[in-house]
Design a protein around this ligand. Structure first.
Ligand code: 6R9
Length: 561
Protein backbone atom coordinates (compact mmCIF):
# COMPACT_ATOMS: atom_id res chain seq x y z
CA UNK A 1 0.00 0.00 0.00
CA UNK A 2 1.28 3.49 -0.77
CA UNK A 3 1.00 5.80 2.19
CA UNK A 4 -0.58 9.11 1.61
CA UNK A 5 -0.18 11.95 4.06
CA UNK A 6 -3.22 13.60 5.61
CA UNK A 7 -2.99 17.37 6.01
CA UNK A 8 -4.69 18.99 9.01
CA UNK A 9 -8.33 19.84 8.61
CA UNK A 10 -9.77 23.27 9.07
CA UNK A 11 -10.98 24.00 12.57
CA UNK A 12 -10.22 26.11 15.58
CA UNK A 13 -7.90 24.13 17.76
CA UNK A 14 -6.70 25.12 21.23
CA UNK A 15 -3.10 24.43 20.34
CA UNK A 16 -3.20 26.67 17.28
CA UNK A 17 -4.47 29.55 19.34
CA UNK A 18 -2.00 29.12 22.17
CA UNK A 19 1.23 27.94 20.63
CA UNK A 20 3.12 28.32 17.38
CA UNK A 21 4.78 25.32 15.77
CA UNK A 22 8.52 25.59 16.43
CA UNK A 23 8.12 27.86 19.46
CA UNK A 24 9.87 26.58 22.58
CA UNK A 25 7.49 25.61 25.32
CA UNK A 26 8.15 25.64 29.02
CA UNK A 27 5.78 23.62 31.20
CA UNK A 28 5.83 26.40 33.79
CA UNK A 29 3.55 28.25 31.43
CA UNK A 30 0.78 25.91 32.56
CA UNK A 31 1.19 26.43 36.32
CA UNK A 32 -1.05 29.52 36.68
CA UNK A 33 -4.05 27.43 35.58
CA UNK A 34 -4.06 25.68 38.93
CA UNK A 35 -5.19 26.73 42.37
CA UNK A 36 -1.84 25.73 43.86
CA UNK A 37 -0.11 28.39 41.81
CA UNK A 38 -1.29 30.86 44.44
CA UNK A 39 -1.95 28.69 47.44
CA UNK A 40 1.06 26.40 47.11
CA UNK A 41 -1.24 23.52 48.10
CA UNK A 42 -2.23 20.81 45.71
CA UNK A 43 -4.72 18.01 45.36
CA UNK A 44 -5.67 16.32 42.08
CA UNK A 45 -9.19 15.61 43.28
CA UNK A 46 -9.73 19.29 44.10
CA UNK A 47 -8.53 20.39 40.65
CA UNK A 48 -10.70 17.76 38.96
CA UNK A 49 -13.93 18.48 40.81
CA UNK A 50 -14.16 21.21 43.47
CA UNK A 51 -12.41 23.86 41.42
CA UNK A 52 -15.13 23.77 38.76
CA UNK A 53 -17.82 24.15 41.40
CA UNK A 54 -15.92 27.04 42.99
CA UNK A 55 -15.72 28.64 39.56
CA UNK A 56 -19.49 28.47 39.11
CA UNK A 57 -19.61 25.48 36.79
CA UNK A 58 -21.29 23.12 39.26
CA UNK A 59 -24.35 22.56 37.04
CA UNK A 60 -22.36 21.21 34.18
CA UNK A 61 -22.56 17.44 33.54
CA UNK A 62 -19.33 15.83 34.72
CA UNK A 63 -20.17 12.14 34.20
CA UNK A 64 -22.63 10.51 31.82
CA UNK A 65 -22.92 6.79 32.41
CA UNK A 66 -24.49 4.20 30.11
CA UNK A 67 -24.90 0.47 30.34
CA UNK A 68 -27.35 -1.94 28.74
CA UNK A 69 -30.20 -0.91 30.98
CA UNK A 70 -29.02 2.07 32.96
CA UNK A 71 -28.28 5.69 32.29
CA UNK A 72 -27.08 8.10 34.93
CA UNK A 73 -25.57 11.57 35.06
CA UNK A 74 -23.68 13.56 37.68
CA UNK A 75 -23.15 17.30 37.51
CA UNK A 76 -19.86 18.59 38.86
CA UNK A 77 -21.67 19.63 42.01
CA UNK A 78 -23.30 16.20 42.44
CA UNK A 79 -19.96 14.57 41.83
CA UNK A 80 -18.37 16.84 44.42
CA UNK A 81 -20.95 15.89 47.05
CA UNK A 82 -20.60 12.21 46.33
CA UNK A 83 -16.79 12.34 46.40
CA UNK A 84 -17.02 14.21 49.71
CA UNK A 85 -19.35 11.62 51.25
CA UNK A 86 -17.16 8.73 50.16
CA UNK A 87 -14.01 10.44 51.36
CA UNK A 88 -15.64 10.98 54.76
CA UNK A 89 -16.43 7.26 54.98
CA UNK A 90 -12.87 6.34 54.01
CA UNK A 91 -11.51 8.75 56.59
CA UNK A 92 -13.82 7.37 59.29
CA UNK A 93 -12.39 3.94 58.65
CA UNK A 94 -8.82 5.02 59.03
CA UNK A 95 -7.60 5.94 55.56
CA UNK A 96 -4.98 8.67 55.84
CA UNK A 97 -2.45 10.46 53.65
CA UNK A 98 -0.04 8.13 51.87
CA UNK A 99 -2.12 4.96 52.37
CA UNK A 100 -2.66 2.74 49.37
CA UNK A 101 -6.33 2.38 48.44
CA UNK A 102 -6.96 -0.21 45.77
CA UNK A 103 -10.03 0.18 43.60
CA UNK A 104 -11.34 -2.96 41.91
CA UNK A 105 -14.57 -1.99 40.17
CA UNK A 106 -16.08 -2.13 36.71
CA UNK A 107 -16.42 0.90 34.43
CA UNK A 108 -19.01 2.81 36.43
CA UNK A 109 -19.25 6.23 38.13
CA UNK A 110 -18.49 4.42 41.41
CA UNK A 111 -15.01 3.74 40.10
CA UNK A 112 -14.43 7.45 39.39
CA UNK A 113 -15.90 8.45 42.75
CA UNK A 114 -13.84 5.90 44.67
CA UNK A 115 -10.62 7.08 43.06
CA UNK A 116 -11.35 10.78 43.56
CA UNK A 117 -12.48 10.23 47.16
CA UNK A 118 -9.28 8.40 48.07
CA UNK A 119 -7.16 11.06 46.38
CA UNK A 120 -9.08 13.84 48.11
CA UNK A 121 -7.79 12.64 51.47
CA UNK A 122 -4.23 12.21 50.25
CA UNK A 123 -4.27 8.45 49.67
CA UNK A 124 -2.47 6.81 46.76
CA UNK A 125 -5.01 5.09 44.55
CA UNK A 126 -4.35 1.75 42.87
CA UNK A 127 -6.96 1.02 40.22
CA UNK A 128 -7.07 -2.68 39.34
CA UNK A 129 -8.06 -3.84 35.87
CA UNK A 130 -11.59 -5.25 35.80
CA UNK A 131 -10.47 -8.45 34.08
CA UNK A 132 -7.87 -9.33 36.72
CA UNK A 133 -8.24 -12.72 38.33
CA UNK A 134 -7.16 -13.87 41.76
CA UNK A 135 -3.42 -14.06 41.23
CA UNK A 136 -3.08 -10.68 39.53
CA UNK A 137 -5.10 -8.98 42.27
CA UNK A 138 -3.16 -10.69 45.03
CA UNK A 139 0.30 -9.94 43.61
CA UNK A 140 -0.44 -6.26 43.27
CA UNK A 141 -1.97 -5.64 46.68
CA UNK A 142 0.69 -7.74 48.37
CA UNK A 143 3.52 -5.91 46.65
CA UNK A 144 2.69 -2.66 48.42
CA UNK A 145 1.07 -4.26 51.45
CA UNK A 146 -2.20 -2.51 50.69
CA UNK A 147 -4.56 -2.14 53.63
CA UNK A 148 -7.66 -0.82 51.87
CA UNK A 149 -9.73 -2.08 48.97
CA UNK A 150 -12.89 -0.72 47.39
CA UNK A 151 -14.70 -3.35 45.32
CA UNK A 152 -18.12 -4.96 44.87
CA UNK A 153 -19.58 -8.32 45.83
CA UNK A 154 -19.15 -9.67 42.31
CA UNK A 155 -15.45 -8.88 42.10
CA UNK A 156 -14.85 -9.98 45.68
CA UNK A 157 -14.74 -13.61 44.49
CA UNK A 158 -11.41 -12.78 42.94
CA UNK A 159 -9.92 -11.38 46.14
CA UNK A 160 -8.19 -14.17 48.01
CA UNK A 161 -8.14 -12.62 51.46
CA UNK A 162 -6.23 -15.28 53.37
CA UNK A 163 -3.36 -14.73 50.95
CA UNK A 164 -3.41 -10.93 51.30
CA UNK A 165 -2.57 -10.56 54.99
CA UNK A 166 -2.04 -6.78 54.86
CA UNK A 167 -5.64 -6.15 53.79
CA UNK A 168 -7.36 -4.51 56.76
CA UNK A 169 -10.56 -3.06 55.41
CA UNK A 170 -12.70 -4.01 52.44
CA UNK A 171 -15.32 -1.52 51.27
CA UNK A 172 -18.00 -2.72 48.89
CA UNK A 173 -20.29 -0.67 46.71
CA UNK A 174 -23.25 -2.98 47.38
CA UNK A 175 -25.83 -1.63 49.76
CA UNK A 176 -25.40 -4.68 51.97
CA UNK A 177 -21.93 -5.77 52.96
CA UNK A 178 -21.16 -9.11 54.52
CA UNK A 179 -19.11 -9.86 57.64
CA UNK A 180 -16.74 -7.12 58.67
CA UNK A 181 -16.82 -5.48 55.24
CA UNK A 182 -18.17 -1.97 54.94
CA UNK A 183 -20.82 -0.87 52.51
CA UNK A 184 -19.37 2.40 51.32
CA UNK A 185 -22.55 3.32 49.45
CA UNK A 186 -24.72 2.75 52.50
CA UNK A 187 -22.48 4.70 54.84
CA UNK A 188 -22.04 7.43 52.24
CA UNK A 189 -25.78 8.05 52.30
CA UNK A 190 -25.48 9.09 55.93
CA UNK A 191 -22.16 10.90 55.57
CA UNK A 192 -21.59 14.65 55.40
CA UNK A 193 -21.47 15.97 51.84
CA UNK A 194 -18.85 18.53 52.84
CA UNK A 195 -15.29 17.32 53.27
CA UNK A 196 -11.85 18.70 53.89
CA UNK A 197 -9.35 18.40 51.09
CA UNK A 198 -6.05 17.04 52.31
CA UNK A 199 -3.49 19.34 50.71
CA UNK A 200 -0.28 17.69 49.66
CA UNK A 201 2.96 18.51 47.87
CA UNK A 202 3.31 18.38 44.10
CA UNK A 203 5.65 15.43 44.52
CA UNK A 204 3.43 13.40 46.83
CA UNK A 205 2.06 10.07 45.62
CA UNK A 206 -1.16 10.07 43.59
CA UNK A 207 -1.61 6.70 41.92
CA UNK A 208 0.06 3.39 41.38
CA UNK A 209 -0.21 1.21 38.27
CA UNK A 210 1.55 -2.09 37.79
CA UNK A 211 3.30 -2.70 34.51
CA UNK A 212 4.63 -5.96 33.29
CA UNK A 213 8.32 -6.25 32.62
CA UNK A 214 10.00 -8.93 30.58
CA UNK A 215 11.42 -10.46 33.75
CA UNK A 216 10.05 -10.68 37.25
CA UNK A 217 6.67 -9.74 38.61
CA UNK A 218 4.89 -6.54 37.51
CA UNK A 219 6.42 -3.36 38.94
CA UNK A 220 4.47 -0.67 40.77
CA UNK A 221 4.86 2.66 39.00
CA UNK A 222 4.04 5.54 41.32
CA UNK A 223 2.97 8.92 40.04
CA UNK A 224 2.66 12.26 41.80
CA UNK A 225 0.10 15.08 41.90
CA UNK A 226 2.38 17.23 39.71
CA UNK A 227 1.27 15.02 36.79
CA UNK A 228 -1.75 17.25 36.44
CA UNK A 229 0.38 19.86 34.66
CA UNK A 230 0.96 17.64 31.66
CA UNK A 231 -2.33 15.77 31.91
CA UNK A 232 -4.32 18.98 31.80
CA UNK A 233 -2.23 20.42 28.99
CA UNK A 234 -2.26 17.33 26.76
CA UNK A 235 -6.02 17.15 27.35
CA UNK A 236 -6.19 20.69 26.06
CA UNK A 237 -3.81 20.47 23.13
CA UNK A 238 -3.72 16.82 22.05
CA UNK A 239 -7.31 15.85 22.86
CA UNK A 240 -8.31 19.44 22.02
CA UNK A 241 -10.87 19.44 24.86
CA UNK A 242 -13.11 22.49 24.96
CA UNK A 243 -15.74 23.51 27.45
CA UNK A 244 -18.70 22.01 25.59
CA UNK A 245 -17.11 18.73 24.65
CA UNK A 246 -18.55 15.35 25.42
CA UNK A 247 -15.58 13.08 25.71
CA UNK A 248 -15.29 9.30 25.73
CA UNK A 249 -12.16 7.35 26.58
CA UNK A 250 -12.95 3.67 26.17
CA UNK A 251 -10.25 2.41 28.54
CA UNK A 252 -10.84 1.05 32.06
CA UNK A 253 -8.90 2.95 34.78
CA UNK A 254 -6.96 -0.23 35.56
CA UNK A 255 -5.02 0.59 32.41
CA UNK A 256 -3.13 3.83 32.82
CA UNK A 257 -4.97 5.33 29.84
CA UNK A 258 -8.28 4.90 31.65
CA UNK A 259 -6.95 6.72 34.71
CA UNK A 260 -5.04 9.55 33.06
CA UNK A 261 -7.27 10.17 30.03
CA UNK A 262 -10.46 8.55 31.33
CA UNK A 263 -10.57 10.23 34.75
CA UNK A 264 -8.01 13.02 35.28
CA UNK A 265 -7.47 14.85 31.97
CA UNK A 266 -11.16 15.34 31.06
CA UNK A 267 -12.14 16.42 34.59
CA UNK A 268 -9.15 18.78 34.81
CA UNK A 269 -10.45 20.33 31.60
CA UNK A 270 -14.00 20.53 32.94
CA UNK A 271 -15.70 18.60 30.13
CA UNK A 272 -18.39 15.90 30.21
CA UNK A 273 -16.97 12.38 30.49
CA UNK A 274 -18.88 9.44 29.08
CA UNK A 275 -18.61 6.11 30.93
CA UNK A 276 -19.82 3.04 29.11
CA UNK A 277 -20.30 -0.05 31.22
CA UNK A 278 -20.99 -2.79 28.71
CA UNK A 279 -18.64 -5.02 26.80
CA UNK A 280 -17.48 -4.18 23.32
CA UNK A 281 -19.82 -4.65 20.39
CA UNK A 282 -19.87 -2.49 17.29
CA UNK A 283 -23.54 -1.70 17.80
CA UNK A 284 -23.25 -0.71 21.45
CA UNK A 285 -20.21 1.46 20.80
CA UNK A 286 -21.73 3.33 17.86
CA UNK A 287 -24.84 3.72 19.91
CA UNK A 288 -22.94 5.38 22.75
CA UNK A 289 -21.29 7.76 20.30
CA UNK A 290 -24.69 8.70 18.91
CA UNK A 291 -26.73 8.79 22.10
CA UNK A 292 -24.23 10.70 24.21
CA UNK A 293 -23.33 12.99 21.29
CA UNK A 294 -19.66 12.26 21.81
CA UNK A 295 -17.43 14.92 20.25
CA UNK A 296 -13.96 13.70 21.25
CA UNK A 297 -13.18 10.00 21.31
CA UNK A 298 -10.01 8.29 22.56
CA UNK A 299 -9.69 4.57 21.88
CA UNK A 300 -7.23 1.94 20.72
CA UNK A 301 -6.21 0.29 17.44
CA UNK A 302 -7.75 -3.06 18.39
CA UNK A 303 -11.14 -1.44 18.85
CA UNK A 304 -10.87 0.46 15.58
CA UNK A 305 -9.83 -2.75 13.80
CA UNK A 306 -12.83 -4.57 15.22
CA UNK A 307 -15.17 -1.81 14.09
CA UNK A 308 -13.51 -1.83 10.70
CA UNK A 309 -13.91 -5.60 10.41
CA UNK A 310 -17.57 -5.26 11.38
CA UNK A 311 -18.23 -3.44 8.10
CA UNK A 312 -20.14 -0.34 7.07
CA UNK A 313 -23.63 -1.82 7.45
CA UNK A 314 -23.68 -1.36 11.22
CA UNK A 315 -22.02 2.02 11.00
CA UNK A 316 -24.61 3.32 8.56
CA UNK A 317 -27.38 2.88 11.14
CA UNK A 318 -25.93 5.57 13.39
CA UNK A 319 -25.59 9.30 13.25
CA UNK A 320 -22.08 10.13 14.37
CA UNK A 321 -22.15 13.75 13.28
CA UNK A 322 -21.28 15.01 16.77
CA UNK A 323 -17.82 13.46 16.51
CA UNK A 324 -15.05 15.95 15.67
CA UNK A 325 -11.77 14.55 17.03
CA UNK A 326 -10.63 10.93 17.28
CA UNK A 327 -7.46 9.58 18.89
CA UNK A 328 -5.72 6.27 19.41
CA UNK A 329 -3.15 4.84 21.82
CA UNK A 330 -1.52 1.67 23.06
CA UNK A 331 -0.19 -0.14 20.01
CA UNK A 332 0.78 0.58 16.43
CA UNK A 333 -2.03 2.25 14.49
CA UNK A 334 -2.08 0.62 11.09
CA UNK A 335 -2.33 2.95 8.08
CA UNK A 336 -5.36 0.90 6.91
CA UNK A 337 -7.19 1.92 10.05
CA UNK A 338 -6.43 5.59 9.44
CA UNK A 339 -7.75 5.27 5.88
CA UNK A 340 -10.84 3.51 7.21
CA UNK A 341 -11.36 6.43 9.64
CA UNK A 342 -11.13 8.90 6.78
CA UNK A 343 -13.75 7.00 4.80
CA UNK A 344 -16.08 5.68 7.48
CA UNK A 345 -16.00 8.53 10.03
CA UNK A 346 -14.81 11.26 7.71
CA UNK A 347 -12.19 12.11 10.33
CA UNK A 348 -8.49 11.63 10.85
CA UNK A 349 -7.53 9.21 13.63
CA UNK A 350 -4.72 10.81 15.65
CA UNK A 351 -2.18 8.42 17.07
CA UNK A 352 -0.59 9.19 20.46
CA UNK A 353 2.33 7.51 22.20
CA UNK A 354 3.21 7.25 25.88
CA UNK A 355 3.68 4.67 28.63
CA UNK A 356 2.58 3.95 32.19
CA UNK A 357 5.95 5.26 33.33
CA UNK A 358 5.73 8.53 31.39
CA UNK A 359 2.41 9.52 33.00
CA UNK A 360 1.07 11.37 29.97
CA UNK A 361 1.38 11.62 26.20
CA UNK A 362 4.81 12.51 24.81
CA UNK A 363 4.55 11.89 21.07
CA UNK A 364 1.36 12.66 19.18
CA UNK A 365 -0.32 13.84 16.06
CA UNK A 366 -1.59 17.25 17.10
CA UNK A 367 -4.79 18.25 15.26
CA UNK A 368 -2.83 21.03 13.53
CA UNK A 369 -0.17 18.74 12.11
CA UNK A 370 0.04 16.63 8.98
CA UNK A 371 -0.45 12.92 9.71
CA UNK A 372 1.93 10.47 8.11
CA UNK A 373 0.19 7.09 8.43
CA UNK A 374 2.60 4.61 9.99
CA UNK A 375 4.07 7.28 12.26
CA UNK A 376 2.95 8.03 15.82
CA UNK A 377 3.49 11.73 15.16
CA UNK A 378 6.03 14.09 16.65
CA UNK A 379 7.00 15.07 20.19
CA UNK A 380 4.44 17.39 21.74
CA UNK A 381 5.49 20.92 22.80
CA UNK A 382 7.94 20.75 25.72
CA UNK A 383 9.16 17.26 24.86
CA UNK A 384 12.37 16.29 23.07
CA UNK A 385 12.84 12.87 21.53
CA UNK A 386 15.74 11.09 19.88
CA UNK A 387 16.92 7.63 18.88
CA UNK A 388 20.08 6.14 20.42
CA UNK A 389 22.32 3.27 19.41
CA UNK A 390 23.58 0.60 21.83
CA UNK A 391 26.34 2.94 23.09
CA UNK A 392 23.87 5.72 23.81
CA UNK A 393 24.90 7.86 20.83
CA UNK A 394 22.28 9.64 18.79
CA UNK A 395 21.43 8.07 15.46
CA UNK A 396 20.70 10.01 12.27
CA UNK A 397 17.24 10.13 10.69
CA UNK A 398 16.12 6.85 9.20
CA UNK A 399 18.13 4.60 11.52
CA UNK A 400 16.35 2.42 14.04
CA UNK A 401 17.46 2.37 17.66
CA UNK A 402 16.22 2.96 21.21
CA UNK A 403 13.52 5.58 21.49
CA UNK A 404 14.72 8.10 24.10
CA UNK A 405 13.07 11.08 25.76
CA UNK A 406 15.06 13.98 27.20
CA UNK A 407 14.40 14.05 30.92
CA UNK A 408 12.54 15.36 32.62
CA UNK A 409 8.89 16.29 32.10
CA UNK A 410 6.10 16.98 34.62
CA UNK A 411 4.43 13.58 34.58
CA UNK A 412 7.47 11.29 34.63
CA UNK A 413 6.96 8.58 37.27
CA UNK A 414 8.04 9.46 40.79
CA UNK A 415 9.40 6.02 41.61
CA UNK A 416 9.13 2.32 41.06
CA UNK A 417 7.74 1.01 44.32
CA UNK A 418 10.57 -0.39 46.44
CA UNK A 419 12.74 -0.86 43.38
CA UNK A 420 15.28 1.90 42.91
CA UNK A 421 17.29 -0.33 40.61
CA UNK A 422 14.39 -0.74 38.22
CA UNK A 423 13.87 3.03 38.17
CA UNK A 424 17.54 3.52 37.27
CA UNK A 425 17.27 0.96 34.49
CA UNK A 426 15.22 3.47 32.48
CA UNK A 427 18.32 5.69 32.35
CA UNK A 428 21.10 3.33 31.19
CA UNK A 429 23.02 6.12 29.43
CA UNK A 430 22.84 8.66 32.25
CA UNK A 431 20.21 11.06 33.52
CA UNK A 432 19.78 12.91 30.27
CA UNK A 433 17.82 10.29 28.37
CA UNK A 434 14.87 8.17 29.49
CA UNK A 435 14.85 4.93 27.50
CA UNK A 436 11.36 3.71 26.70
CA UNK A 437 12.16 0.14 25.73
CA UNK A 438 10.67 0.78 22.29
CA UNK A 439 12.57 0.67 19.02
CA UNK A 440 11.90 3.46 16.54
CA UNK A 441 13.36 5.74 13.91
CA UNK A 442 12.79 9.40 13.17
CA UNK A 443 12.38 10.82 9.68
CA UNK A 444 13.94 14.09 8.51
CA UNK A 445 11.01 16.05 9.91
CA UNK A 446 11.16 14.39 13.32
CA UNK A 447 8.17 12.08 12.86
CA UNK A 448 8.57 8.99 15.03
CA UNK A 449 8.08 5.55 13.47
CA UNK A 450 7.54 2.73 15.98
CA UNK A 451 9.42 -0.45 15.13
CA UNK A 452 8.70 -2.77 18.05
CA UNK A 453 9.81 -3.42 21.62
CA UNK A 454 13.45 -3.94 22.47
CA UNK A 455 12.48 -6.54 25.08
CA UNK A 456 10.14 -9.53 25.03
CA UNK A 457 7.02 -7.64 26.09
CA UNK A 458 3.81 -8.72 24.39
CA UNK A 459 1.27 -6.14 23.28
CA UNK A 460 -2.10 -7.81 22.77
CA UNK A 461 -4.98 -5.44 22.08
CA UNK A 462 -2.99 -2.66 23.71
CA UNK A 463 -2.48 -4.69 26.86
CA UNK A 464 1.13 -4.97 27.98
CA UNK A 465 1.72 -8.56 28.98
CA UNK A 466 4.95 -9.75 30.52
CA UNK A 467 5.83 -13.21 29.21
CA UNK A 468 7.37 -14.03 32.57
CA UNK A 469 4.10 -13.61 34.43
CA UNK A 470 2.32 -15.97 32.03
CA UNK A 471 5.19 -18.45 32.14
CA UNK A 472 5.16 -18.46 35.94
CA UNK A 473 1.48 -19.28 35.96
CA UNK A 474 1.81 -22.01 33.31
CA UNK A 475 4.59 -23.72 35.16
CA UNK A 476 2.33 -24.09 38.18
CA UNK A 477 0.16 -26.50 36.20
CA UNK A 478 1.03 -30.08 37.07
CA UNK A 479 1.34 -31.19 33.45
CA UNK A 480 3.80 -28.46 32.49
CA UNK A 481 7.53 -29.11 32.73
CA UNK A 482 8.99 -26.17 30.87
CA UNK A 483 7.55 -23.19 29.15
CA UNK A 484 8.36 -20.23 26.91
CA UNK A 485 5.87 -17.49 26.03
CA UNK A 486 6.04 -15.10 23.09
CA UNK A 487 3.88 -12.61 21.22
CA UNK A 488 2.75 -13.85 17.82
CA UNK A 489 1.67 -11.28 15.20
CA UNK A 490 -2.12 -11.11 14.78
CA UNK A 491 -4.09 -8.97 12.34
CA UNK A 492 -6.73 -7.81 14.86
CA UNK A 493 -5.04 -7.89 18.25
CA UNK A 494 -1.58 -6.81 17.11
CA UNK A 495 -0.12 -9.79 18.91
CA UNK A 496 -1.53 -12.83 20.65
CA UNK A 497 0.03 -14.75 23.53
CA UNK A 498 1.56 -17.99 22.32
CA UNK A 499 2.99 -20.58 24.70
CA UNK A 500 5.45 -23.33 23.94
CA UNK A 501 5.33 -26.05 26.56
CA UNK A 502 7.13 -29.28 27.33
CA UNK A 503 5.01 -31.78 29.25
CA UNK A 504 5.93 -33.72 32.36
CA UNK A 505 6.26 -37.45 32.12
CA UNK A 506 2.96 -39.25 32.19
CA UNK A 507 1.11 -36.50 30.29
CA UNK A 508 0.00 -36.83 26.69
CA UNK A 509 -0.88 -33.93 24.43
CA UNK A 510 -4.64 -33.64 23.88
CA UNK A 511 -7.06 -30.85 23.02
CA UNK A 512 -8.68 -31.23 26.46
CA UNK A 513 -5.38 -30.90 28.29
CA UNK A 514 -4.36 -27.79 26.33
CA UNK A 515 -7.75 -26.21 26.97
CA UNK A 516 -7.43 -27.01 30.66
CA UNK A 517 -4.01 -25.35 30.74
CA UNK A 518 -5.34 -22.30 28.94
CA UNK A 519 -8.22 -21.98 31.41
CA UNK A 520 -5.76 -22.38 34.24
CA UNK A 521 -4.02 -19.16 33.17
CA UNK A 522 -7.28 -17.46 32.33
CA UNK A 523 -8.77 -18.07 35.74
CA UNK A 524 -5.52 -17.47 37.60
CA UNK A 525 -4.24 -14.32 35.89
CA UNK A 526 -6.55 -12.64 33.40
CA UNK A 527 -8.36 -13.50 30.18
CA UNK A 528 -6.04 -11.37 28.08
CA UNK A 529 -2.98 -13.15 29.48
CA UNK A 530 -4.21 -16.66 28.63
CA UNK A 531 -2.36 -18.12 25.63
CA UNK A 532 -4.51 -18.18 22.51
CA UNK A 533 -2.16 -20.78 21.10
CA UNK A 534 -0.27 -23.54 22.88
CA UNK A 535 2.30 -25.65 21.10
CA UNK A 536 3.73 -28.74 22.72
CA UNK A 537 7.46 -29.29 22.15
CA UNK A 538 9.93 -31.88 23.42
CA UNK A 539 12.38 -29.32 24.69
CA UNK A 540 12.75 -25.55 24.83
CA UNK A 541 15.76 -23.67 23.42
CA UNK A 542 17.87 -22.24 26.26
CA UNK A 543 20.91 -20.07 26.82
CA UNK A 544 24.02 -22.08 27.56
CA UNK A 545 25.23 -20.16 30.55
CA UNK A 546 22.15 -19.30 32.52
CA UNK A 547 19.70 -21.77 31.04
CA UNK A 548 17.18 -18.99 30.31
CA UNK A 549 14.53 -19.83 27.78
CA UNK A 550 15.40 -18.16 24.50
CA UNK A 551 12.17 -16.42 23.56
CA UNK A 552 13.83 -14.91 20.50
CA UNK A 553 14.58 -18.39 19.22
CA UNK A 554 10.96 -19.41 19.77
CA UNK A 555 9.84 -16.39 17.76
CA UNK A 556 12.09 -17.35 14.89
CA UNK A 557 10.85 -20.93 14.94
CA UNK A 558 7.27 -19.76 15.06
CA UNK A 559 7.76 -17.65 11.95
CA UNK A 560 9.52 -20.45 10.10
CA UNK A 561 6.90 -23.01 11.09
C1 6R9 B 1 -0.34 4.30 27.29
C2 6R9 B 1 0.17 2.90 27.23
C3 6R9 B 1 3.31 1.30 26.77
C4 6R9 B 1 3.84 0.60 25.53
C5 6R9 B 1 4.86 1.41 24.78
C6 6R9 B 1 4.70 0.86 23.38
C7 6R9 B 1 3.20 0.60 23.27
C8 6R9 B 1 1.84 2.74 23.31
C9 6R9 B 1 1.74 3.21 21.20
C10 6R9 B 1 2.49 2.02 21.36
C11 6R9 B 1 2.84 1.90 19.09
C12 6R9 B 1 1.55 3.71 19.87
N1 6R9 B 1 2.52 1.77 22.69
N2 6R9 B 1 1.34 3.61 22.43
N3 6R9 B 1 3.04 1.37 20.32
N4 6R9 B 1 2.12 3.01 18.86
N5 6R9 B 1 0.83 4.81 19.64
O1 6R9 B 1 -0.08 2.21 26.28
O2 6R9 B 1 0.90 2.48 28.31
O3 6R9 B 1 0.33 0.07 28.80
O4 6R9 B 1 2.40 1.20 29.74
O5 6R9 B 1 2.23 0.56 27.32
O6 6R9 B 1 2.76 0.40 24.61
O7 6R9 B 1 5.40 -0.34 23.25
O8 6R9 B 1 6.15 1.22 25.32
P1 6R9 B 1 1.45 1.03 28.61
Amino acid sequence: MTTKILPPRLGSYNVAEEWMEGETFNWERVHPVFTWYESGKVNMSYECVDRHVDEGKGDKIALHYFSENEEETYTYEELQREVNRWSNVLKDHGVTKGDFVFVFLPKHPHCHIAMLAAIKIGAVVGPLFEAFMEEAVKDRINDCEGEFLITNSKFLDRVNRPEIPSLKTVFTTDLEASGSDISITKEAKEADDQAETVWVDLDDGLNIHYTSGSTGKPKGIIHAHRNMIQQYQTGRWVLDLKEDDVYWCTAHPGWVTGTVYGVFAPLLNGVTTVIHGSRFSADSWYQVLEQAQVSVWYSAPTAFRMLMANGDKTLEKYDLSSLRHVLSVGEPLNPEVIYWGEKALDLRIHDTWWMTETGAQLVANLPTRTIKPGSMGRPIPGIEVTVLDEEGDELPAGETGHLAIKSSWPSLMKEVWKNEEKFKSYFPYGEKWYIAGDLAYLDEEGYVFFQGRSDDMINSSGERIGPFEVESKLIEHEAVKEVGVIGKPDPVRGEIVKAFIALNEGYEESAELLEEIRLFVRSGLAAHAAPKEIEVVDELPKTQISGKVLRRELKKRDKAG
